[in-house]
Design a binder for this molecule. Structure first.
Ligand SMILES: O=C(O)[C@H]1O[C@H](OP(=O)(O)OP(=O)(O)OC[C@H]2O[C@@H](n3ccc(=O)[nH]c3=O)[C@H](O)[C@@H]2O)[C@H](O)[C@@H](O)[C@@H]1O
Length: 840
C-alpha cells in the first residue's frame, strides 16, 4: 500500500488523476503563507478516461520538496469574488478602467504640481537673514506700535525695539518714510509693516505707542500745512483714543520747535516758547503744541499714560537725500564740492544729536514714569556757519560757503537743557557730533554713489506730461493729503495759478540742465520775505515754490527772469526737472515696494509649498489606496476568471487550462506591491527544478512577482518571464484569451502526448508547483488531518465530495516541531520536505 505522503501532497492526488473533472468549488486561503488554491471535487463523469492518471504518477511528489515552506512570502491574499455573471464582470471591468483612469489623472495632477514646484525659481531666492534679536519671554515682550515707523527716526527706533526682542508694528503713510528703511525686518515674525495714515483711525492691540508720524523737515511740513496740522492734531487724537482703549502707554514725538524762536537759552522744558502762530512754520510748531495739549488732556481726563519727548535737531543715516534740512544739504553739497548754502548770516545756532542717541532717549522715556515733557537733544551747540566749516573739513571738500536769504521765523538759537532727561530717565547723548557726522557722511557718500550708478544704468528722461499738466493755468485746489505722486506737480500748478504767497522757505530756481543731485547754489538776493502773508517771493509769480532740497537749487542769478517768456520757459523747465526728480523718487518707491512684494512672495511661496507638499502627500496616499483597491479588484477578477477558466476547462476536459487557472490565481494574488517588496527583502531565493520548462515558465511568472527566484542552471526569473507573465497574468479576463487558447492547444497536444507516454508529471513543473504550493501550507497538523481525511474521501469517492470548504481559521500555521505531538497517528509527517512519498 501507500506510505502516507505528506498531507497536502495527498491533496494533489485528486488533481492529477481527475484533472479534467476538476471544478472549482471553494477557495482556501492561507494568509500566513500567501497561498490561495482551489479545493476541487471530482466529477468523474466528466473526465475522459484518458485523463485519469494513475496514482503511481504521484511518485513525483519527491520533487515538491525543491520548494521549501520558507520560500513563500507572507503576502495578503484576498478572497476572490464569487463567480460572476458576464454582465457583472463587464461592469467590474468598467469600474477598474474608471479607477485606473482616475489613478492616471491623479498621477498627472501630482506630476503637474510637482512640475510647477520645480519650475518655480523661488529656490533661487535666498531665505532672509535677520539681525539677531534678543529672546524675551511672553511676560516681558511688548507689542509696540510705532507711527512713522519707516521714517528717519522711526526706523532707528524700530531697529532698537526689535533687537531688544519686542514685537513691532511700523505704521506709515510713506510720505517721508521709506520701506527701504525697514526692509531688513520685512518678513520677521516680530515685525509688521502697515501702510496707514494716522489721520484715519487705526485699531490694534498694543502695549506701547510711539507716535512719531509727522513730517519734520521744514520744507516737508510747509509743503502741505493743512495736512501737517491734521496729522498732528487728528492723528494724535486717533492715537490717544487707541491708547485709551487698549490702555497703552503713548509717547508723543514733540519738537524743539514748540519753543519757537526762543527767548530763553538754553531751553528748559519749563519754557513756554515764543511761537508765531500764523507764520509759515506754525503748521508744525502749533501742530505739535496742540498735540502736547491733547496728550495732557487725555492724561488728565482719560487717565491715558503719556510721555512727551521734545526732540532737538537730529541727524544720521537714513535721512532722505531730499530731506532739505541743514545736515543733509551741507553734507551732499560738500561731497559734490558744490557751494555750501547758509540761509541768513549763519549766526543762528543749532545743537545736533545723533539719531542713535535719540532712539535710546525715546525708549528710556517710554519706559520711565515721566509724564511731563522731556527734552532730548545734544547740547553741543554750533552756529550754522561753524557747522558748514565742520562739514566741509570732515568731508575734505573744496566747496565754497555761500550765504543766502534767511528764512522767516527761523529760530536764532537752539540748545536743549537736558538736565531733566539726565535726572529722570538717566539719559544723555553718547555720540559726539563729529563722530555722528562722519557716519552720516559715509551714508550719504554711498547714497550718492548708488544714485549716480542708477542714473548711469537708466538715464532719466522726462516722461510724458502728467494729466495734471493740463490743469496748469486753471484753478485747482490743492489736496490736503500727502500724495507724493502728485506732490510736485501740485506745487507747480498751485504756483502758477496762485502765485507765491505762502511759504517763506527759500526758493530755488533749478534750470533744466540741473541734475537731480546737483546741490543748491542759491544766493540770497532774490528770496527773502519779511512778513508772512505778504508776497512770499521776490521772484516772478511763475517761479516755483518748491522745497529747498539740495537737488532743486541753482543760483538765483540765473532765475531772475528778464522777460515773461523767459520766466515761462524757466518755470516749465523747472517743472520738467521736478517731474523727473519725482519720477526717480517714484521709481525708488516702486523698487522698494517690489522688494517688499518679493520678500512677501517668498514667504507665501514657502507656505504654499508646505501646503502643496501636504496636499501631495494626501494625494499620494489617496492614489496608493486607489491603486490598492484597483489591484484588489483586478486580482479578484483574475481569480474569478481563473475560476471560470477552470470551470470551462473542466467542462472541456483540459488539464492545462485548469492548471493555468490555478497558476493565475496563485500569481495574481501576489501582485500586491507592498508585500512584494517585503518579500524581496526577506525571502530566500527558491530554486525550482525544471522551472523553465513546459509549464515552469508559468510558475516562474508566479514567483517573479513577489520574489527573486532562479531556476537550476538557468537564468534569473526576474529577467526571464516578462512575456510569459504578461501572457498569463495580463490576459484580458473576459476578452478572448486567444494567446492562452493557442498555448493551451499546444499544451493540450503535448499533454495528450505525455499522457499517452505516461510521463505527465515527470515533465510538469507546473504541477509540481501546485503540489508544492499546497504541500507547503500543510504545516498545521490539524488542517492536515482534516484535509487529509477529506481528500481521502474525495479520492475514494470523488462524486460524493462535490464541495469542500475550509475556512481561514483552520489555517493558522503551527510549527511542525512544536505540534508534532498532536499529529494524529495516521497523519503524515508535517514537513513536506522530509516526507517520504511513496504511493503504491
Ligand atoms: O533737525 C531737526 O530735528 C529739526 O529740524 C527742523 O528744525 P530746523 O532747525 O529748522 O532744521 P533745518 O532745516 O535743518 O535748519 C537748521 C538751520 O540751518 C539753516 N539751513 C538749512 C538748510 C540749508 O541748506 N542751509 C541752512 O543754512 C536753517 O535756516 C536753520 O537755521 C524742524 O523744524 C524740527 O522739527 C526738527 O526737530
Amino acid at each position: 500500500m501507500v506510505v502516507a505522503p505528506p498531507p497536502f501532497t495527498t491533496l494533489l492526488c485528486p488533481s492529477p488523476f481527475t484533472l479534467d473533472a476538476i471544478r472549482c468549488r471553494r477557495w482556501i486561503r492561507c494568509e500566513k503563507f500567501d497561498v490561495t488554491f482551489f479545493l476541487t471535487s471530482v466529477d468523474a463523469s466528466k473526465a475522459p478516461p484518458q485523463h485519469i492518471l494513475s496514482h503511481d504518477s504521484l511518485r513525483c511528489h519527491r520533487l515538491f520538496n525543491t520548494v521549501s515552506l520558507n520560500d513563500f512570502s507572507p503576502n495578503v491574499v484576498q478572497k476572490p469574488l464569487d463567480s460572476l455573471d458576464k454582465a457583472s464582470k463587464v461592469e467590474l471591468l468598467k469600474r477598474i478602467e474608471d479607477l485606473q483612469s482616475e489613478v492616471d489623472d491623479l498621477k498627472k495632477l501630482m506630476k503637474s504640481k510637482g512640475g510647477v514646484e520645480e519650475s518655480q525659481s523661488f529656490q533661487t531666492i535666498p531665505s532672509r537673514v535677520y539681525p539677531e534679536v534678543r529672546f524675551r519671554s511672553e511676560r516681558t515682550r511688548k507689542r509696540i506700535l510705532v507711527t512713522g515707523g519707516t521714517g528717519f527716526v522711526g526706523s532707528h527706533l524700530v531697529d532698537k525695539l526689535l533687537l531688544d526682542g519686542h514685537e513691532v508694528i511700523a505704521l506709515d503713510n510713506f510720505f517721508t518714510g521709506r520701506r527701504r528703511n525697514v526692509e531688513h525686518w520685512i518678513g520677521h515674525s516680530n515685525f509688521e509693516l502697515v501702510h496707514h495714515d494716522v489721520v484715519n483711525s487705526y485699531f490694534v492691540e498694543v502695549d506701547q505707542i510711539y507716535h512719531l508720524a509727522s513730517p519734520a523737515s521744514p520744507p516737508h511740513y510747509m509743503y502741505n500745512p493743512v495736512k501737517t496740522i491734521k496729522t498732528n492734531s487728528i492723528g494724535t487724537i486717533n492715537m490717544l483714543g487707541l491708547a485709551k482703549r487698549v490702555k497703552a502707554t503713548i509717547l508723543l514725538a514733540s519738537t524743539s520747535e514748540i519753543y519757537g524762536d526762543p527767548e530763553v537759552h538754553p531751553q528748559p522744558e519749563s519754557y513756554w516758547g515764543h511761537v508765531n502762530p500764523i507764520g509759515p512754520r506754525s503748521c508744525y510748531d502749533e501742530g505739535k503744541r496742540v498735540a502736547e495739549s491733547l496728550m495732557v488732556a487725555y492724561a488728565k481726563q482719560e487717565q491715558v499714560d503719556i510721555r512727551i519727548a521734545r526732540i532737538f535737531n537730529t541727524f544720521g543715516p537714513r535721512m532722505h537725500m531730499n530731506d532739505g534740512r541743514v545736515v543733509s544739504n551741507f553734507i551732499i553739497q560738500a561731497i559734490q564740492d558744490k557751494p555750501i548754502t547758509i540761509y541768513g548770516n549763519g549766526t543762528q545756532t543749532r545743537s545736533f544729536q545723533f539719531v542713535d542717541d535719540l532712539a535710546d532717549g525715546l525708549i528710556a522715556l517710554m519706559n520711565s514714569n515721566v509724564t511731563s515733557p522731556v527734552n532730548l537733544g545734544n547740547p553741543e551747540e554750533h552756529t550754522i556757519s561753524d557747522f558748514a566749516h565742520i562739514i566741509k573739513d570732515l568731508v575734505g571738500s573744496k566747496s565754497e560757503i555761500e550765504h543766502m536769504d534767511g528764512q522767516i521765523d527761523d529760530p536764532q538759537q537752539r540748545k536743549p537743557d537736558i538736565r531733566k532727561a539726565a535726572e529722570m530717565i538717566d539719559w544723555q547723548p553718547k555720540v559726539k557730533m563729529h563722530d555722528g557726522i562722519r557716519k552720516t557722511i559715509e551714508y550719504f557718500r554711498k547714497e550718492i554713489h548708488d544714485e549716480e550708478k542708477k542714473r548711469r544704468i537708466d538715464p532719466l528722461m522726462p516722461g510724458p506730461p502728467s494729466k495734471k499738466w493740463k490743469g496748469v493755468g486753471e484753478d485747482e485746489e490743492k489736496d490736503d493729503s500727502f500724495d507724493e505722486d502728485d506732490e510736485v506737480l501740485d506745487v507747480i500748478i498751485s504756483q502758477r495759478t496762485q502765485g507765491s504767497n505762502q511759504s517763506s522757505r527759500p526758493i530755488t530756481d533749478p534750470s533744466s540742465s540741473v541734475s537731480p543731485i546737483t546741490p543748491p547754489t542759491v544766493t540770497s538776493s532774490s528770496r527773502f520775505v519779511t512778513s508772512p502773508g505778504e508776497t512770499a517771493y521776490k521772484t516772478t509769480p511763475t517761479s516755483s515754490r518748491i522745497r529747498p532740497s539740495v537737488f532743486s537749487g541753482s543760483r538765483s542769478s540765473t532765475t531772475t527772469p528778464t522777460s515773461s517768456n523767459e520766466s515761462q520757459s524757466s518755470a516749465i523747465s523747472q517743472g520738467e526737472f521736478i517731474a523727473v526728480k519725482f519720477q526717480l523718487g517714484n521709481a525708488q518707491r516702486e523698487k522698494d515696494e517690489l522688494k517688499y512684494k518679493l520678500a512677501k512672495a517668498n514667504e507665501d511661496f514657502v507656505a504654499e509649498k508646505k501646503r502643496m507638499e501636504m496636499e501631495n502627500a494626501k494625494l499620494l496616499r489617496k492614489m496608493e489606496e486607489k491603486i490598492k483597491v484597483t489591484e484588489l479588484e483586478v486580482n479578484a477578477l483574475r481569480m474569478s476568471n481563473a475560476s471560470m477558466r477552470a470551470e470551462t476547462s473542466m467542462a472541456g476536459g483540459d488539464l492545462n487550462q485548469s492548471m493555468m487557472s490555478i497558476s493565475s490565481v496563485g500569481s495574481s494574488q501576489r501582485i500586491n506591491p507592498y508585500s512584494h517588496r517585503e518579500a524581496r527583502a526577506t525571502q530566500s531565493v527558491p530554486r525550482l527544478s525544471g522551472g523553465n520548462g513546459f509549464h515552469g515558465s508559468d510558475i516562474a511568472a508566479t514567483f517573479t512577482h513577489n520574489q527573486s527566484m532562479t531556476m537550476e542552471g538557468e537564468m534569473s526569473f526576474q529577467d526571464v518571464p516578462s512575456q510569459v507573465f504578461d501572457s498569463v497574468m495580463d490576459t484580458p479576463i473576459l476578452e478572448s484569451i486567444t494567446p492562452i487558447e493557442k498555448k493551451r492547444e499546444t499544451w493540450d497536444k503535448k499533454l495528450q502526448a505525455d499522457l499517452a507516454n505516461e510521463h505527465v508529471l515527470d515533465i510538469s513543473p507546473f504541477s509540481q508547483y501546485i503540489l508544492s504550493t499546497i504541500s507547503s501550507i500543510a504545516v498545521s497538523p490539524q488542517v492536515d488531518k482534516e484535509l487529509y481525511s477529506l481528500l481521502e474521501k474525495m479520492i475514494k469517492n470523488p462524486l460524493e465530495q462535490d464541495i469542500v470548504e475550509i475556512g481561514d481559521s483552520q489555517f493558522s500555521p503551527v510549527s511542525s516541531q512544536e505540534d508534532s505531538s498532536s499529529i494524529p497517528p495516521n497523519s503524515p509527517p508535517s514537513s513536506p520536505s522530509s516526507a517520504p512519498i511513496c504511493i503504491d
